[in-house]
Design a protein around this ligand. Structure first.
Ligand code: ASP
Length: 357
């Protein structure tokens, strides 16, 4: 009798221990698997490229981290208080557009003509409505005009002077072109032009980080993007950029192209891209990730990894995406050395990363 009781006691202990281990494992399995509801979340990027620790000063790294955390906090507060994913995307992008650290808004790169021409787009996953602007020169926060195009016009995309005339009807902040002049970007353009005259050919170039090496192997992109899931289950995505240093002939990249740099669909996911835009346009990267989820019933991580690590890589393109699905799962694959990125979940758990880790 005694030995039966002892054996029962030990069995009970083993069952209790097994159950506890399982519940710990489940709660740690994914960053978004914490059990409290409702589910919401937000992910951001500040560009991908050859971002190496050896080229970074501790001060510079701290500045990037602090700005990414500030942006995540703004988005988190909107979502936590029940705000919409569209508001979270727009307001979070404002923080990054207003910082000289990123190639968007204030920190936009220079064109060959020594101007700054900005592109942005936004998409609402609930309605599949979308808005975009390309090549605007006097708008402090292009993401907001992209949203106005989506909400206050019958169009999806407006460019150049026309987009600015449209924006004048609304309470939009206009700035003189000098607002976008930063020494860092100016020096990048001069360097690019020197390379071009030495090579005797057009170097339609990436956002070089000013360190050693050639442009293809040592380049980075500073575009910014945000994807969000709100408490009502609505997804949204937005992207904003200055494009590529030394761009000319009115070159437009993927960032304002719906389906290439930005896409959102409540049935699948929200995606924002950064990288060598021409490749992202050719592969319709953002839409392709959503389409894989819709038609092949694969997970967000599988779809995003496949498109970036296999398809983009095979074509010779570089860059990455941030993406969130309707359940709050987050994927952030990239095939460059680094990508400024981060996410926050409904528990307020914030993660910011820069390098491949
Ligand atoms: N994708 C952007 C472009 O090609 C550049 C970037 O991501 O920084 O215009």
């Amino acid at each position: 009798m005694n030995s039966l009781l002892i054996s029962l006691f030990w069995r009970l202990i083993i069952i209790v221990l097994t159950l506890s281990v399982w519940s710990i494992l489940i709660s740690c399995a994914t960053p978004e698997a914490h059990s409290s509801s409702p589910i919401f979340g937000l992910a951001i990027h500040g560009g991908a490229g050859t971002i190496l620790k050896k080229n970074m000063t501790p001060e510079k790294e701290a500045a990037y981290r602090a700005k990414l955390e500030e942006a995540l906090t703004v988005g988190y507060k909107i979502l936590q208080s029940g705000g919409s994913s569209l508001d979270a995307v727009e307001k979070t992008i404002h923080i990054l557009e207003d910082s000289p650290l990123f190639n968007a808004g204030k920190g936009a790169v220079f064109t060959n003509a020594e101007t700054n021409e900005l592109d942005a787009s936004i998409m609402d996953g609930k309605t599949l409505n979308a808005g975009a602007v390309a090549g605007v020169k006097h708008i402090k926060n292009p993401i907001s005009v992209a949203r106005l195009v989506m909400e206050k016009s019958k169009h999806v995309m407006m460019s150049g002077d026309g987009a600015e005339i449209f924006a004048k009807q609304f309470d939009v902040e206009f700035v003189e072109p000098g607002y976008f002049h930063t020494k860092h970007r100016w020096n990048q353009l001069q360097k690019k032009k020197k390379e071009e005259s030495e090579k005797g050919e057009a170097v339609s170039s990436l956002d070089h980080d000013g360190t050693e090496g050639n442009i293809d192997q040592d380049s980075k992109f500073g575009t910014v993007g945000v994807v969000a899931l709100d408490q009502n289950g609505n997804l949204a995505a937005g992207t904003s950029t200055g494009g590529m240093t030394n761009k000319r002939w009115g070159r437009i990249g993927d960032s304002p192209v719906i389906g290439a740099g930005t896409y959102a669909d409540n049935n699948t996911c929200a995606v924002s891209a950064t990288g060598h835009g021409e490749y992202f346009i050719r592969l319709a990267v953002a839409h392709d990730i959503s389409a894989m989820m819709a038609h092949k019933a694969v997970s967000l991580a599988e779809a995003a990894n496949h498109v970036i690590m296999n398809k983009l890589e095979a074509l010779g393109g570089t860059g990455g995406v941030i993406a969130i699905d309707k359940n709050g799962n987050i994927a952030m694959p990239f095939n460059t050395k680094g990508m400024y990125r981060g996410y926050v979940d409904n528990n307020g758990e914030m993660v910011v990363k820069i390098y491949k880790e």
